[in-house]
Ligand binder design. Structure first.
Ligand SMILES: Cc1ncc(C[n+]2csc(CCOP(=O)(O)OP(=O)(O)O)c2C)c(N)n1
Ligand SMILES: [Mg+2]
Length: 337
């Protein structure tokens, strides 16, 4: 880790880390490392044909998941994640074993093996899951926000979606309604520069996706999605605003996916140099270096976290592999019409 050491942590960064406390900061680093290890294993399992359906990796986007989730009251507030969502689910505090089991399509998985990689919901923690329809979570979030408002709770709904999703009609309709009704929703766009093979500079004629907030008279802000502190700060402010009854916000987190859109992607639309350049902005050592500069992490502790993450993945894999497949007789369970 010493190779990536930054000069120092700023006063503001130290303040945030102190407020969170060392245990939480270590937990967050652990989740980032576990997410990375989960996805590296997921890729391996996919190549071995041990999983079904498709898979979207968020390697390189870990600071976004952690920063956004830890700024919320995870488990009390609502989350709608998206297809590239392994990191969102772990950051929201869900358990690794049922997650790995779901990935493997086993009965012990969060959705009893019916959902797989893309549909891991954890309703017990108010994670309402992802959607196979790009942007499908965005109108649901406005509905959740309306529900919170009508029930008079203090909950806020965080909905995550990609740059591609923000070019859909449902995005505009949902922001409009949430704004008109002052709904407690945080619209959080992970701009990872591509929607499948479509680069953002070919898909948008505006400088920033967050500029669209002004059309709905709500705050819009762009942050460095690979910087935990920027994400955490923006989402914290948006959550406070929503909780105070002041309505929704739009946040754009600029980040990058290191891997292809899905495993079948030949990545003909970007250069190796571009990927290499973004790999140097790895959000995990970047955050770890600041935590270390703030005196809250040693090299030994970081190495131990890395080892713990690898061990947890092996244990989860053993759990998943030993779990039963869903039985055909139960195939209609959970199906509603
Ligand atoms: C309505 C709809 N259109 C198209 C697709 C096919 N599709 C799946 S993921 C994806 C790209 C989404 O890009 P973005 O929203 O930027 O998220 P990212 O994959 O980059 O995380 C597309 C076009 C779909 N699933 N649903
Ligand atoms: Mg994208």
């Amino acid at each position: 880790m010493s190779k990536t050491k930054t000069k120092d942590a700023t006063k503001e960064q130290k303040q945030v880390l102190e407020q969170l406390g060392q245990d939480t900061v270590h937990e967050m680093l652990g989740v980032m490392l576990t997410t990375r290890a989960f996805e590296e294993k997921a890729e391996e399992l996919y190549m071995l044909g041990k999983t079904h359906g498709t898979m979207h990796l968020s390697i390189g986007q870990e600071a976004s998941a952690i920063g956004a989730s830890y700024a919320m009251r995870r488990g009390h507030d609502y989350l709608l994640n998206h297809h590239r969502g392994h990191g969102h689910i772990l950051a929201w505090g869900s358990a690794l074993n049922p997650m790995m089991a779901e990935f493997l399509g086993k009965e012990t998985g969060y959705c009893r093996g019916r959902g797989g990689s893309m549909h891991i919901a954890d309703i017990g923690r108010n994670n309402l899951g992802a959607n196979g329809i790009v942007g499908g979570g965005i109108p649901i979030a406005s509905g959740v926000g309306l529900s919170c408002k009508l029930r008079g709770t203090d909950q806020v709904c965080l909905v995550l979606f990609g740059d591609g999703a923000s070019n859909e009609g449902a995005f505009h309709e949902s922001l409009n309604l949430a704004s008109v009704w002052d709904l407690p929703v945080i619209f959080y766009c992970e701009n990872n520069q591509y929607a499948m093979s479509m680069a953002v500079d070919r898909a948008f004629n505006i400088e920033r996706i967050s500029d669209r907030a002004c059309a709905y008279n709500i705050p819009g802000e762009t942050v460095d999605g690979n910087d935990f502190f920027e994400v955490y700060d923006a989402v914290s402010r948006a959550a406070a605003r929503a909780r105070a009854g002041e309505g929704p916000s739009l946040i754009e987190a600029v980040t990058y996916r290191w891997k292809g859109h899905s495993r079948s992607d030949r990545e003909a639309y970007r250069t190796r140099e571009e990927v290499k350049e973004w790999r140097q902005r790895d959000p995990i050592p970047r955050f770890a270096a600041i935590v270390q500069a703030a005196g809250m992490l040693t090299d030994e502790e970081f190495e131990k976290m890395r080892a713990n993450a690898a061990k947890a993945i092996e244990e989860a894999l053993a759990f998943g592999e030993a779990s039963p497949e869903p039985e055909v007789i139960n195939i209609m369970d959970g199906l509603y019409a």
